[in-house]
Design a protein around this ligand. Structure first.
Ligand SMILES: Cc1ncc(C[n+]2csc(CCOP(=O)(O)OP(=O)(O)O)c2C)c(N)n1
Ligand SMILES: [Mg+2]
Length: 901
């Protein structure tokens, strides 16, 4: 027996033999247990063995990895339910059309771009899904949501072309959207193709993280009884390079913690990104496996295609397994690029390995495919994934970038950028994929689709009909829902008397009212990234509960407090923790449920305004693209209103960052009634009129008495002004003064403006105070009128709203806000007279409000000074009056300039 022999006394040859016998014995024992007692017992023994070895002092290194082979062994491969040969032909035609679309676009319009190699690598991954898994919109509650890799779009278009959902005219105008004909956007954009695309995935990282929160939100809707439970899955397709985006992997623990078995990720591991290999010196699949396994996902590796199975079976010594372990991605890529000969020479590089391929030709070796190109392996993995319970699944599928492009790009570093093929290259592609196109036509890059009588067409249509119709498809299912009655908000028009309240408190009160509203109460989705207490919202914890799929498994530490931290399965709040990216993902899921599920959920996402636009701006852009509805509330807003926190927290620019998003309305309200008007109008516009817009409101934490509606205007006039961007809040009482001014105030700086109005009275200046609720709205309106007039030069010119509002007024115009001076400055040429802008340009400081407003020169003194100076500039006052004012107001003319300090 092996163990009775003393190895030390043996020679090298005998020792090796001994090793072999020993290994065989162990393996045979394992096989015996597996056969006679099953996998569970085998596992138990292995665990015991491991524990025993540890006890005896054998260090077992930690590894979250399994060997570099398929997770599912070949003997568990499923028999394929489809017609493999026919599916292959269909796939090839899609490959051709996808490629032809890009090549043709670039031929006709040099530099127009597009991607061939991404879809080329992903075709099997998509097509197995299309033929056997992805349930379309007619599947009702079982319909899937699919996040396609953005730059794989030509492949999706090409399939829709075969399905006759798209036509030649569309394909010809790929990336040419302004031809006045049917066209196709470069990437998935619901804004541009609202009946087709749902998820804006092309800014990499956004698709992955939003898919996780989407899957969780689908559960939320079910747990809260807003949607019938269904079998629909969320599938997300990612690039392996894309996983380097922090957003991609940043929330994967949420998916496992929440046991999201309705979520399936497919990572197309073609081992390359744009410039070169993702991990030339390592193995991206193994790296991802460890990450996902460590986080509690179900990981299915689809590394090797069926071609390798025979070799693996013959590998009794494990030499192939060992070789796989040593293989790094940079080397793998060479085999993809250089084929069978290279594989023979450099992969099978020992006598033992060469023995395995004895009698194999280079062509045979070239057929050793990768798992992600093998429909049976992909099908088996998908089937496992959809049946898996209790965990999200990630499929790591190994493919070749530019598959089928041959010498012109397959596996080459340049393949991502390959957009042109010459005639010879096209012929090679055609021959490889057996496309029925003649030599004399090929130079035209013709598209090809089977006739409706052809079996390819019948098959693919039958498959899609059985699975609920063509995808991608976006359908809006929700019915319009009337905004709450105006009476719900009536209290806000009356003011708070002497009681001081912040606009944040006002918001919380509005939210409370909506939560009690019959029609809307259940549809409100409050989303908070761990700041509820900062915003005074903790009462909501107890009142409506924090959503948790498992409820509350512990007795909260504050359970004897009436405002205790309550988690429950039907909780309404999404308390996301410190992840603005996660919270905005929930916002997008909740704000698009009107389309995805026909449910008018209305998200209110309240966050530290500083950590909004500048941190998650790209998500907000995508939210606009995806026609997301809802309210963003930038709280603790205002560079000088948020005292103490300093440079990193004080937001004085989110309103500028809100400008670029075309369908976002942005407001900086000062008063409770303004908030109420804006929120009700938002609900009306978004849910009653079903307009695809969303809202941003900044709310502050400064307490002051909230006024009632001004009386010099009718409530409707005030409302119109609030919504359009400005109205006269407080006219001057000094009707007879010669010196006049128009002061603009926004947010909490309004209080400074009102103080300045009084100070100016002391200088004999009659100042009217306007509340500017939205510089963005005023600016957009002005640009619209300007353009209209330019294009219709002989008609009566229209005037912008802001001009009309001010045209009969007199005096200098001075604007002050807690935001950049750019906001009023942008209006300058649309006003009857120039504006002097005061704002908070510069880095913040940790200080109290009064000092901050002095530092940024936006307090009542500086508004007064700016007004007097403007009057002096116009010759209405002596400069000496201004100097005197500087002295009287205790302003240091040599103080720091906040802009640069
Ligand atoms: C945030 C972001 N950065 C950069 C790009 C540009 N880009 C498009 S595709 C690509 C490479 C993608 O590689 P990978 O994720 O591996 O996908 P593959 O094409 O290999 O499937 C890059 C850098 C982008 N779309 N989004
Ligand atoms: Mg890649």
């Amino acid at each position: 027996m092996a163990d009775t022999l003393d190895r030390a006394t043996q020679g090298e040859g005998a020792r090796r033999k001994l090793d072999e016998i020993e290994l065989r014995e162990w393996l045979e024992s394992l096989e015996y247990v597996l056969e006679s007692a099953g996998a569970e017992r085998t596992l138990e023994l292995l665990e015991r063995l491991e524990a025993h070895a540890k006890k005896l002092g054998v260090e077992i290194p930690f590894s979250a990895n399994t060997p570099y082979i398929n997770t599912i062994p070949a003997n568990e491969d499923q028999s394929y339910p489809g017609d493999l040969a026919l599916e292959r032909r269909i796939r090839n035609l899609i490959r051709w059309n996808a490629m032809a679309m890009v090549v043709r676009a670039n031929k006709h319009s040099d530099g127009i771009g597009g991607h061939i190699s991404t879809y080329a690598s992903a075709a099997t991954l998509y097509e197995v899904g299309m033929n056997h898994f992805f349930r379309g919109p007619d599947a009702g509650l079982d319909a899937d949501m699919i996040y396609f890799q953005g730059h794989a779009s030509p492949g999706l278009y090409a399939r829709s072309y075969l399905e006759r959902r798209l036509h030649k005219e569309h394909l010809r105008n790929f990336r040419r959207e302004l031809q006045g004909e049917p066209s196709l956007s470069s990437y998935p954009h619901a804004w541009l193709m609202p009946d087709y695309w749902t998820f804006a995935t092309v800014s990499m990282g956004i698709g992955p993280i939003t898919s996780i929160y989407q899957a969780r939100f689908n559960r939320y809707l079910e747990d809260r009884g807003l949607k019938e439970p269904g079998g629909g899955k969320v599938w997300a397709f990612l690039g392996d390079g894309e996983t380097d985006e922090p957003e991609s992997l940043g929330a994967i623990s949420l998916a496992s913690r929440e046991k999201l078995d309705n979520l399936i990720w497919v990572i197309n591991c073609n081992l390359q990104r744009l410039d070169g290999p993702v991990r030339g010196n390592g193995k991206i699949i193994q790296e991802l496996e460890a990450t996902f396994r460590g986080t509690g996902w179900n990981v299915i590796k689809v590394v090797w295609g069926s071609g390798w199975d025979k070799l693996m079976q013959g590998d009794t010594q494990g030499v192939l397994l060992k070789r796989f372990e040593n293989l790094i991605d940079g080397e793998s890529q060479r085999y993809a690029a250089f084929g069978g000969g290279e594989l023979r020479k450099n992969f099978f590089n020992t006598p033992e390995l060469q023995a395995l391929i004895e009698g194999w030709s280079d062509d045979d070796l070239a057929k050793l495919n990768r798992g992600g190109h093998d429909p049976i392996k992909v099908y088996t993995a998908y089937k496992r994934a959809v049946e898996h319970e209790g965990q999200p699944t990630v499929i790591l599928a190994r493919t070749i970038k530019g598959y089928g492009l041959g010498i012109s790009g397959e596996g080459k570093n340049v393949t991502h950028q390959q957009k042109k093929l010459n005639e010879d290259e096209l012929k090679v592609f055609r021959d490889r994929f057996e496309i029925p196109i003649e030599d004399d036509e090929i130079g035209q890059f013709p598209f090809y689709r089977p006739e409706e009588s052809d079996e390819e067409f019948k098959y693919l249509m039958e498959r899609r009909q059985a699975l609920g119709g063509g995808i991608p498809a976006r359908r809006v299912k929700a019915e319009p829902l009337a905004a709450p009655d105006e009476s719900l908000f009536e209290e806000f028009t009356k003011g708070t008397g002497d009681r001081a309240a912040s606009t944040t408190m006002v918001f919380v009160r509005i939210l409370g009212k909506l939560l009690r509203d019959k029609a809307w109460g259940d549809l409100v989705v409050p989303i908070i990234p761990d700041e509820a207490r900062t915003f005074g919202m903790e009462a909501l914890f107890r009142q409506i509960g924090i959503y948790s799929h498992v409820g509350q498994l512990y007795e909260p530490v504050d359970s004897d407090n009436i405002l205790y931290y309550k988690e429950s399965t039907d909780g309404q709040i999404l308390e996301e923790g410190i992840t603005e990216a996660g919270a905005i993902s929930s916002f997008i899921a909740a704000g698009t449920a009107y389309a995805a599920h026909g449910v008018n959920t209305i998200p209110f996402f309240i966050y530290y305004s500083m950590f909004g636009f500048q941190r998650i701006g790209d998500f907000l852009w995508a939210a606009g693209d995806m026609r997301t509805k809802g309210f963003l509330l930038g709280a603790t807003a205002g560079r000088t209103t948020l005292a103490g926190e300093g440079l990193q927290h004080q937001d004085g620019h989110s309103h500028v960052l809100a400008y670029p998003i075309p369908n976002l309305l942005a407001y900086d309200p000062s008063f409770a009634f303004e908030m109420a008007f804006i929120i009700r109008e938002g609900m009306r516009q978004m849910y009653e009129e079903q307009e695809d817009v969303f809202y941003y409101l900044t709310v502050g934490n400064e307490n002051y008495p909230q006024p009632a509606l001004p009386e010099h205007l009718s409530p409707d006039e005030v409302k119109e002004g609030v919504l359009r961007g400005m109205y006269l809040f407080k006219p001057s009482g000094k009707k007879r003064s010669k010196l006049k001014a128009q002061l603009f105030g926004s947010g909490s700086i309004m209080n400074e403006v009102l103080k300045a109005q009084e100070m100016l009275a002391g200088y004999g200046v009659a100042a009217d105070v306007w509340s500017v609720t939205s510089y963005k709205a005023l600016h957009q309106d002005a640009l619209r009128t300007e353009r209209r007039n330019r294009l219709h030069p002989e008609t009566e010119p229209e005037k912008p709203f802001v001009y009309e509002a001010l045209k009969d007024t007199k005096g200098v115009i001075v604007a002050a806000s807690d935001y950049l001076k750019l906001l009023p400055d942008a209006l300058s040429r649309h006003l009857p007279r120039p504006v002097v802008s005061l704002g908070t340009d510069g880095f913040g400081r940790s200080e109290a409000r009064e000092e901050l407003r002095d530092h940024f020169e936006v307090d009542a003194r500086f508004i007064t000074l700016a007004t007097l100076h403007a009057l002096a500039q116009e010759g209405q006052l002596e400069a000496s009056v201004v100097s005197k004012a500087i002295e009287d107001l205790n302003i240091d003319p040599d103080k720091l300039d906040a802009h640069v300090a």
